[in-house]
Design a protein around this ligand. Structure first.
Ligand SMILES: *[C@@H]1O[C@H](CO)[C@@H](O)[C@H](O)[C@H]1NC(C)=O
Ligand SMILES: *[C@@H]1O[C@H](CO)[C@@H](O)[C@H](O)[C@H]1NC(C)=O
Ligand SMILES: *[C@@H]1O[C@H](CO)[C@@H](O)[C@H](O)[C@H]1NC(C)=O
Length: 504
């Protein structure tokens, strides 16, 4: 595969029947291993009459990775194989055995046993019944243990239509299947060669699609054409539900995008709240107190400005919690967390505002009641934004060296780590147990190394290194503590004690 990847413009993986499932697995493996390779060829997987592969979780994960478009499952309109796994697993296995025996019967030059008409009818009815249950459950949003993913191309002698929404795929599977009969649903599995040959040549022929009434819109015309392609346009019982199904597929595809557009408008409306906090940070950086906005907010008395910033903090949190809630309810596009606009906006929000969340946590002494912020106080939204950012940056280069301090500290939890280190320093003074002291010093040293590296790389904003910031105060306290314990320890041996400034 490494050689193939190196020398190919694109990779197409394909297979028929169970071979199609293997092809899907192979493509999934390839897609996930190519994730970290920057210039990899596109991967396309085309299956023919493949049984289903995974459950709803797999289907969702594929959508989230934006891999749906890499899969095209060609399903002939009657083929039983892609529909088999809607039945409970035990009966599927028995049915699969029967089918494999049939397909290897002498008729096809092998030693299997050909199925009689009764057995065929039984198979057909059983699969149709389970499909009906699955397609009705799909309308309510529930899915059976197996769930389709990627694009489905339903084909017949007359043409093909493409559907990519899981519930609609199941529904189309059902509607086209029941228009068939026991015999053709089994023989269809071996006819893909014919179908593909036919509809390739048909793609080239312009089709005249309306014999009767004129379509009302291009959408209706498209649906009429699609149903004609499937050869079910004349069948009243199947064509009406199929039309409905295609309409639903379109609506399902559009709603999340409308919601995300609406959200974008709301994002622009809350921007002033964020801007006000930025302005607050800027004015703290300039002020003579030299506290930085973290400490200024934490130590604030009752002031109009402080109240305003606090209120904005709440409004922003409510907005972003709303976004997370919509995501949890699957109301937003599956690739929402991959859209730069949202990844950027959430990251910027987090870097600017999480320090204030931490300040409020320690200001109100929540850490005494619940424990430290990092373990016990961090809101779920920040964990999620962290993950989005990490995933987005897998393929990007780590940023180059900064010459100026960052506008915002690049670790939004920096201050929470300062608070934990302060706690350690306070405890180390009163701790008499030598072993516990060693542990405390260990944490303190780790923090110092972490912070010094951040400061050295200029990945902190200037508020961290402001004269009176609690980080600077902590460093001073540490120097004093160390010289009290070991008077000969000096800042020269511990450059980090000076906050990472280069010590000659
Ligand atoms: C889907 O299958 C995986 C692997 O078998 C399992 O871990 C997961 O819980 C399943 N998800 C659902 C929704 O059943
Ligand atoms: C900030 O530091 C200056 C000395 O650099 C000091 O005079 C002032 O009181 C400090 N302010 C606060 C709020 O700690
Ligand atoms: C997101 O930020 C990156 C760099 O920080 C920038 O290159 C990109 O254009 C931004 N995207 C949007 C949509 O703002």
């Amino acid at each position: 595969m490494v050689e193939v990847i190196k020398n190919s413009k694109s990779i197409v993986i394909t297979g028929h029947s169970i071979g199609g499932t293997t092809a899907s697995l192979c493509a999934l493996w390839l897609l996930s291993s190519l994730q970290s390779v920057s210039s990899s060829p596109p991967v396309l997987c085309i299956t023919f009459g493949s049984p289903l592969l995974g459950n709803e979780s797999l289907s969702r994960a594929i959508l989230r990775e934006r891999w749906g478009g890499n899969f095209c499952h060609v399903v002939s309109k009657y083929d039983i194989m892609p529909r088999l796994l809607f039945a409970p697993l035990a009966s599927c296995t028995a049915q699969l055995h029967l089918l494999l025996q049939h397909w290897t019967a002498p008729q096809f030059g092998n030693h299997g046993v050909q199925l009689g008409d009764e057995a065929k009818a039984e198979l057909f009815l059983s699969v149709a019944a389970h499909l009906q249950v699955a397609s009705e459950a799909g309308e309510e949003g529930a899915t059976s243990s197996y769930c389709p993913f990627g694009n489905y191309l339903f084909c017949s002698q007359e043409g093909a239509i493409c559907v990519d929404n899981a519930a609609s795929v199941i529904k189309m599977m059902y509607l086209t299947f029941i228009a068939g009969n026991p015999s053709c649903c089994i023989e269809d599995h071996l006819k893909y060669g014919e179908y593909v040959g036919k509809f390739c040549s048909q793609f080239l022929n312009k089709r005249s699609f309306m014999q009767g009434e004129l379509p009302q819109s291009s959408w209706d015309a498209g649906v009429a054409l699609a149903l004609q392609s499937l050869g079910i346009s004349g069948q009243e019982s199947a064509s009406e539900p199929a039309k409905e199904c295609l309409k639903i597929a379109r609506r399902l595809g559009r709603t999340p995008n409308l919601k995300s557009a609406d959200l974008a408008v709301r994002l622009s409306r809350i921007t002033p709240y964020r801007a006000e906090i930025e302005w607050y940070k800027g004015s703290c950086d300039k002020s003579d107190e030299k506290l930085g906005y973290y400490d200024a907010f934490k130590l604030r008395g009752s002031s109009k400005r402080g109240d305003k910033v606090n209120m904005n903090r709440h409004k922003l949190a409510a907005f972003w919690n709303g976004v997370i809630e919509m995501l949890d309810k699957n109301e937003l596009p599956h690739d929402f967390h991959r859209r730069s606009k949202w990844v950027n906006a959430s990251q910027f929000y987090m870097l600017l505002v999480e320090p204030l969340e931490i300040a409020e946590y320690y200001r109100s002494n929540m850490h005494r009641r619940k424990g430290h912020y990092l373990k016990h106080g961090r809101e779920r939204r920040f964990e999620i934004f962290d993950r989005w950012w990490r995933e987005k940056r897998v393929n990007e280069e780590k940023n180059s060296k900064r010459i100026k301090f960052a506008g915002l500290t690049q670790d939004s939890c920096f201050w929470a780590k300062v608070e934990e280190a302060r706690d350690c320093v306070a405890n180390v003074r009163s701790e008499s147990d030598a072993r516990k002291q060693v542990l405390l010093w260990d944490s303190i040293n780790k923090f110092e190394m972490y912070a010094a590296r951040l400061v050295e790389r200029k990945e902190v904003s200037e508020d961290v290194v402001a004269k009176n910031s609690s980080y600077k105060k902590l460093l001073e306290e540490l120097t004093e503590l160390r010289s009290a314990v070991h008077p000969f320890w000096t800042a020269t041996q511990f450059p980090c004690l000076r906050g990472g400034e280069v010590v000659p």
